[in-house]
Write a protein that binds this ligand. Structure first.
Ligand SMILES: [Zn+2]
Length: 214
């Protein structure tokens, strides 16, 4: 698909939204012009295959979304940028009671964490991936000889857990956690099956969320 075809497809989508979807939800959109009170911050990968609203069946105004390559959330001390500002705003201004970090299967960043040569020639990505170095180190420490597929599965989980740890270094998150006003959860979304695996920050054990799709 070339640029013009891509733009035409997207413009068609906007037209359909304006013709069919917006009118059906007009009262909701009119209410939302006054502000937002999202029930969660959803922190996920930039990958095009993850549609948070589709996955959680959420409505406009419900989920505050931040996305980065590999759903990486750097430690507070390592990075002041969009992620830091988003986390601060979501927790301090919007008072979200829940942050979900959602990784996914077949993640390009996780694959490059396992095989760094996949990020060759992309210095910005290499630099970004260093924020998940502890997950790679844990994998090599505990499962150095596992088959590649198993390594990828585990590294996808460890990467999510590393970001839950990183988020706890953000002062806004630490303060909300200490007041018991915030829950951190880690998810792995399986693109092929629709399954979601969930772990809390304390246990780090992933369990199937809500059963498997029919
Ligand atoms: Zn990804």
């Amino acid at each position: 698909m070339n640029s013009q075809e891509a733009l035409a497809k997207i413009v068609q989508g906007v037209a359909k939204f304006q013709r069919e979807v917006y009118p059906a939800k007009r009262p909701l959109f009119e209410r939302l012009k006054h502000g937002q009170q999202p029930i969660a911050m959803f922190f996920t990968c930039a990958d095009s295959r993850i549609l948070p609203a589709l996955l959680m069946q959420s409505q406009p105004g419900e989920i505050f979304i931040e996305r980065t390559p590999g759903n990486i959330a750097p430690k507070y001390s390592d990075h002041v940028g969009g992620v830091t500002a988003s986390v601060e705003f979501a927790v301090m201004a919007l008072h979200v009671p829940l942050i979900i970090v959602c990784g996914h299967t077949d993640c390009g960043v996780v694959k490059a964490l396992l095989e760094p040569e996949q990020a060759a020639g992309m210095p910005a990505l290499q630099s970004w991936m260093r924020h998940s170095q502890p997950s790679r180190e844990r994998l090599l420490r505990e499962h150095r000889d596992a088959p590649t597929e198993e390594k990828l599965r585990l590294l996808t989980q460890y990467n999510v857990l590393t970001q839950l740890e990183n988020l706890q270094t953000h002062p806004a998150v630490a303060a909300a956690l200490s007041r018991d006003e915030l829950l951190l959860q880690g998810w792995v979304y399986d693109i092929a099956t629709g399954c979601v695996w969930s772990a809390d920050a304390a246990s780090g054990r992933f369990e199937l969320l809500g059963g498997a799709p029919e």
